[in-house]
Ligand binder design. Sequence first.
Ligand SMILES: [Zn+2]
Length: 91
Amino acid sequence: MTRRRRLRIQERVTCRDFADFLLSYADGELAQAERVAFDAHLAICPDCMRYLAQYLDTIAAAPDAFDDECLADVPDDLVRAIVASRPGTTG
Ligand SMILES: [Zn+2]
């Protein structure tokens, strides 16, 4: 039994999928097929592109606040809070 949830690759990745897997994406932990799916979503979704950029800025500004254990196990509540804090969703 693996602790990490698996992304079920479908035709399209949703913004929710991206939010759920953002940390793994930024950390380079996604499988090739998963990464390709998210790259395709980023190409068509400015919201997620901006969201990713903000996340990368955040960890660049405060690397000590994001150690590997935190990156690996972000509570769903936090993910939901991050998603909820995004200004209007278009998709
Ligand atoms: Zn999106």
